[in-house]
Design a protein around this ligand. Structure first.
Ligand code: G4P
Length: 545
């Protein structure tokens, strides 16, 4: 990223510079069941942030029914606290941001990825690259986020490692640089060969001890290898030769640019390979980076506090209508009760009682620097994409709306509540809970989401916050695209020919609603001078409206 010459010099405060450098803010992306929860837990155990296995698993509650989910949400704290987990290991302070999956997959899952500096991609070695991983990686690619790959479940009968790497490279379009290489698999999984350290780490099954030391064999020659691993040595030697000869070797710059991913093989459930991944995060993943605002690039160690909201968690309890805004600090230092300027409204506000996330609650502290996440209680003033600063007029970029993949139309059980329904939907749309569109040829608002849970949350909030009882019907739409064109006349022609398929979003931007994938492709072919966008920035007014 180019650093704007008008950027103020970094802080002269060495403590701030030191604290920022220690931060590693990351997410784990994977398809359900690849092992994200297991790896999260093992990382937390390894980092000493939790003492007992099962702590994270117990809340892996994407699997429970919606009614149970509401119940859990009501007991706030649980889901809020586990959305961000901070722990220290060695010299680093890690912020692990949860990417909700399973049933609670939603636009939040995507947005969390706009607030991290690196990601770990977990791939199930038996299944290879799966659908949700592809989607999440596309979102990482918007910001060229560096990716560390962990190929999990090597203790099972899985696919050939070379085939897996080929698949990652061809489907995800990212170069793979194996750092460890598996020796056997399943019942004959012997461990991994560390290509950079010329070391073999022996696998030993065992779920309990996160800090277990695996036997390490340094610099074994060919003869010694054959003696130790008579069945696997030949394959290992030829694969290593192939990987060394034809594959990429690890290149830190390519990794930091999001072009190459270091690859580790292991077994999360057995703690095997977890330490290597954590070390890769500490040694290679970037600390908080300069962040682009509309006005200028902000450096993480600048003294003045700034940051942005990337997620809103509404309290589902009707007695308490406050919300928690998840806020990524981008510069300066947070202190309790500090006064900040809310850029969108131009008003000043005090951040009282912010939640500072610690996986280990005993060491709770009221301090946060760039890379950290704080939870700000508010009553609806804060929307997704909002920037808070210590006075400077700044608007952070890169927190987009994502093209919805599910659409529905609300149906009122009491037709007299139509006004409240529209008010509620528009407000929830502005907040970012769901996307709201006004079709050109229909008076009913259309609701778009990335995950089914968003509709359920909206139905619940309409009832508790607006007294509106509504159900949602499938609207039979495949996807939406924001449309723009530099040629106003061309855009007017497009609009005239497609009135039935057009709508406006909450900010008045023009949106094309395609009922099928083919319909979208045809529209793109027929109107080559119209740009169809699958994301748009919060608060951004496109030239079409
Ligand atoms: P997710 O969050 O990505 O959805 O995956 P999760 O960690 O819950 O793992 C999914 C399943 O895969 C779990 O089994 C888990 O125990 C298993 N698993 C994770 N890592 C490994 C591994 O390295 N090797 C093997 N063999 N299995 C692994 P489950 O039966 O669905 O759940 P549970 O009954 O074990 O909790």
């Amino acid at each position: 990223m180019e650093i704007n010459p008008t950027t103020p010099a970094p802080s002269g405060d060495p403590a701030l510079v030191r604290d920022v450098k220690k931060r590693r803010t990351f997410a784990i992306i994977s398809h359900p069941d690849a092992g994200k929860t297991t790896l999260t837990e093992k990382l937390l155990l390894f980092g000493g942030a939790i003492q007992m296995a099962g702590t994270v698993k117990a809340r892996k509650s994407g699997r429970y029914a919606t009614s149970d989910w509401m119940e859990v949400e009501r007991e706030r704290g649980i889901s809020v606290a586990s959305s961000v987990m901070q722990f220290s290991h060695g010299d680093c302070v890690f912020n692990l941001l949860d990417t909700p999956g399973h049933k609670d997959f939603s636009e939040d899952t995507y947005r969390v990825l706009t607030a991290v500096d690196a990601a770990i991609m977990v791939v199930d070695a038996a299944k290879g690259v799966e659908e949700q991983t592809i989607k999440l990686l596309e979102v990482c690619r918007l910001r060229d986020t560096p990716i560390i790959t962990f190929i999990n479940k090597m203790d099972r009968e899985v696919r050939e490692p070379l085939e897996l790497l080929d698949e990652i490279e061809s489907i995800l379009k990212i170069h793979c640089a194996p750092v460890t290489w598996p020796i056997g698999m399943g019942k004959r999984f012997q461990g991994v060969y560390h290509l950079l350290n010329n070391e073999i780490l022996r696998f030993k099954a065992g779920e309990e001890n996160a800090n277990q030391q695996f036997e390490s064999l340094q610099g074994l020659g060919e003869a010694a290898l054959k003696e130790r691993f008579p069945l696997e040595a030949d394959t290992l030697l030829s694969e290593i030769e192939l990987v060394r000869g034809a594959g990429d070797s690890f290149d830190l710059d390519a990794f930091l640019q999001g072009k190459q991913s270091p690859v580790f093989f292991g077994s999360g459930i057995n703690n095997f390979g977890v330490r290597e991944v954590l070390h890769a995060l500490a040694d290679w993943a970037p600390p908080p980076q300069p962040r682009e605002a509309v006005e200028r690039v902000v450096l993480p160690a600048e003294p003045k506090f700034t940051g942005f909201v990337f997620k809103i968690q509404a309290n589902m309890d009707p007695q308490h209508r406050d919300r928690i805004a998840f806020f990524r600090v981008c510069s300066g230092r947070y202190s309790p009760n500090m006064k900040v300027r809310h850029r969108r409204t131009g008003k000043d506000m005090k951040i009282a009682n912010a939640v500072v996330f610690m996986a280990n609650e005993r060491t709770r502290m009221d301090d946060a620097v760039a890379g950290d996440i704080i939870g700000i209680h508010n009553h609806g003033q804060l929307h997704i994409g909002d920037t808070l600063t210590e006075g400077e007029a700044l608007q952070y970029k890169g927190i987009p709306y994502f093209a919805p993949e599910l659409f529905s139309r609300p149906r009122l059980r009491d037709p007299l509540r139509a006004k409240q329904l529209n008010k509620g939907l528009l407000e929830l749309g502005e907040e970012g809970a769901v996307q709201v569109f006004e079709p050109f040829t229909d008076n009913t608002l259309l609701i778009g989401a990335v995950g089914q849970l968003q509709f359920e949350v909206v139905a619940h909030r309409l009832k508790t916050e607006y007294g509106v009882d509504a159900s949602f019907e499938n609207a039979g739409i495949y996807t939406a695209r924001w449309v723009t064109s530099p040629d106003a006349q061309h855009l007017a022609e497009f609009t005239k020919s497609n009135t039935l398929k057009l709508a406006k979003d909450v900010d008045g931007n023009l949106v094309y609603l395609a009922d099928t994938r083919v319909n979208l492709m045809l529209a793109q072919e027929r109107w080559p001078k119209i740009a169809f966008h699958d994301t748009r920035e919060h608060g951004q007014l496109l030239n079409s409206a």
